[in-house]
Ligand binder design. Structure first.
Ligand code: FRU
Length: 553
């Protein structure tokens, strides 16, 4: 049942209203005229979730679940009211309503002064201002901007209310967050998907010379998951959902609710669109000429969630390419693709492990820069922060011929280099000498270290940060941080690691991206040393230390 405010005003509400100034929503105000950019809402993780609804002229404008704080909030979230200026909204809430009078409108977000510089905010990874993020969605480069859409709960730092958040960047390093791109509607919540630019106007959404950016996403509701689309004519800022959604409803065919995460791209040789969709036990391929009508073509079992499929040159040779079929856990197969069917030739393989999940690659890269750049969700939380989850560094994927066959490699994009300034570069150091050099780091919060370690008397060696083994190479068992790894030259006693440390996370790229992993920082409170190499009589053959600047100015 929904109880509309106003509720009985209590002394507490009135006192609070007097205390906090004029823009509070008092208990009598069940309606507010929107004159400011944001509505700030108090959240407490200890409260149960209730459903809050905004109505404009009696019409439902949004409906979401929130843990509205009745006492002291843990943190504040906000609604961007930019599109509703001058309109009057009516708020209802079916949860504990004591917090309603604390909802206020303002031109600032509560906590804006410290935004992006809070104690546990990563400084060169993307995180959202407030709320939860998971999968990157709709990664696309268009007219000089990289678009990062993402699974977002704007109203709490836990998963709920799935929407598409949106950020743009000119270099994949400095991001600007924009208003939510896709919000839940009467069909359900907005799950993962992708975007394309419809240059040929195959769907008929284009206007004049402006091609539509078209988003494909899964709508999830308690009963099923269906595939839908929306288009934008203003570079992803505002979206119109297609009136004849859904495009695909395949629950009955698969006898499963798990049908989701459409990945759409243009297949040039046959001039048609391809959609890779996870359906129950694998990735299906659908094709279309107009983005609206889709024909099922094939199904490849062995994958779960968040498909990606792309072509890459082998060893940089454009006349020798392979296709990569990809799943949410970062496992992949290598093979061929004729526009309808993917034929695996080898797999499954991995190139990265750890906190990464649901990674996706950018489409529509310019012909002059055909890099295949990937961003993955980092399943990392940040103690005490009003946000949760993060995006890992954008990495360039390549196919390299190795002794085991063709394999994916990944390395941070060159754009990241602008943040790192060299503190020093040394070679042929003993462990003690190398540890002395590590003292030159201005801050253990954020930095980068590149090191080549050579083992001779030790079977294991690595690097610890406040007692946490962020590099733990066990040559005897061929494990790096617990995962099997054997260098390209299997007789090698050396290992090279490019280590990116941010406030809450660590990403490590081994042997020029042959293998990588990411992990959450877990400092040991008892640790005696800040940062130290360990291993019996190891040689630190090369050591480079960099300071890392913040990407948030
Ligand atoms: C993967 C995933 C997707 C789904 C989304 C919902 O993390 O489960 O399959 O679309 O998250 O947030």
């Amino acid at each position: 049942m929904t109880i509309d405010i106003p509720m009985k005003p209590t002394f507490r509400f009135v006192a609070l209203a007097l205390l906090l100034g004029s823009h509070l929503l008092s208990a009598q105000d069940h309606s507010i005229k929107i004159t400011k950019r944001y509505l700030n809402l108090p959240v407490s993780q200890a409260e149960n979730r209730g459903t809050m609804q905004f109505r404009v002229n009696g019409k439902l404008e949004r409906s979401f679940k929130i843990r509205l704080a009745s006492g002291n909030p843990d943190y504040w979230v906000f609604c961007d009211m930019g599109a509703l200026q001058g309109q009057t909204i009516t708020i209802s809430y079916d949860g504990k309503a004591d917090g309603l009078p604390k909802i206020s409108q303002d031109d600032h977000i509560v906590g804006e002064d410290s935004m992006y510089h809070e104690r546990n905010r990563p400084q060169y990874h993307f995180t959202t201002r407030r709320g939860w993020i998971n999968d990157p969605n709709g990664l696309i480069f268009y007219e000089g901007e990289y678009h990062l859409f993402y699974q977002h709960n704007p109203y709490e730092r836990e998963w709920e209310n799935m929407s598409w958040g949106h950020a743009v960047s000119k270099d994949m390093v400095h991001w600007q967050e924009l208003p939510t791109a896709l919000s839940p509607d009467s069909m359900g919540t907005m799950f993962s998907g992708s975007t394309v630019i419809d240059y040929e106007n195959t769907a008929g959404f284009n206007k004049g010379n402006t091609p539509a950016m078209v988003a494909f996403f899964t709508v999830d509701n308690p009963e099923k998951q269906v595939q839908c689309m929306a288009y934008s004519l203003d570079k992803g800022r505002t979206w119109t959902k297609y009136s004849k959604n859904p495009l695909i409803d395949s629950k009955a065919k698969w006898n499963s609710k798990d049908t989701r995460d459409p990945r759409v791209f243009w297949y040039k040789p046959s001039k048609h669109w391809v959609m890779v969709l996870n359906e129950r036990d694998g990735h299906s391929v659908y094709t279309s000429g107009n983005l609206k009508d889709w024909q099922f073509q094939s199904h490849l079992t062995g994958f779960w969630e968040c498909p990606d499929l792309f072509e890459l040159p082998v060893d940089g040779n454009k006349s020798k390419t392979k296709w990569v079929m990809y799943g949410a856990s970062a496992s992949y197969m290598i093979g061929s693709f004729d526009g309808k069917t993917f034929k695996p030739e080898s797999g499954k393989h991995y190139y990265t492990t750890g906190s990464i999940y649901a990674a996706q690659t950018f489409t529509n890269m310019p012909e002059t820069d055909p890099r295949r750049i990937q961003i993955g969700w980092g399943r990392v939380s940040h103690a005490g922060m009003p946000f949760n989850g993060m995006m890992l560094l954008p990495t360039e994927l390549q196919l390299r011929t190795t002794k085991d066959g063709i394999r994916l490699t990944s390395r941070p994009v060159k754009e990241m280099e602008q943040l790192f300034s060299s503190i020093g570069k040394w070679s042929s150091l003993t462990e003690a000498e190398a540890n002395a050099k590590l003292q030159s780091l201005p801050s253990p919060d954020q930095f980068r270290i590149k090191a080549t370690i050579k083992l001779s008397h030790a079977t294991s060696a690595g690097l610890s940060l406040f007692g946490q083994r962020i590099l733990d190479y066990d040559m005897n068992s061929n494990l790096i941080n617990g995962v099997f790894y054997s260098p390209e030259d299997m007789t090698s006693m050396e290992i090279t690691a490019d280590i990116y440390v941010d406030r809450t996370t660590v990403e490590v790229f081994i042997d020029h991206g042959a293998y990588s992993y990411s992990l959450q920082r877990k400092p040991d409170a008892q640790a005696k040393e800040t940062l130290n190499f360990w291993g019996n009589r190891i040689e630190v053959k090369n050591l480079e230390i960099y300071n890392a600047e913040s990407a948030w100015k």
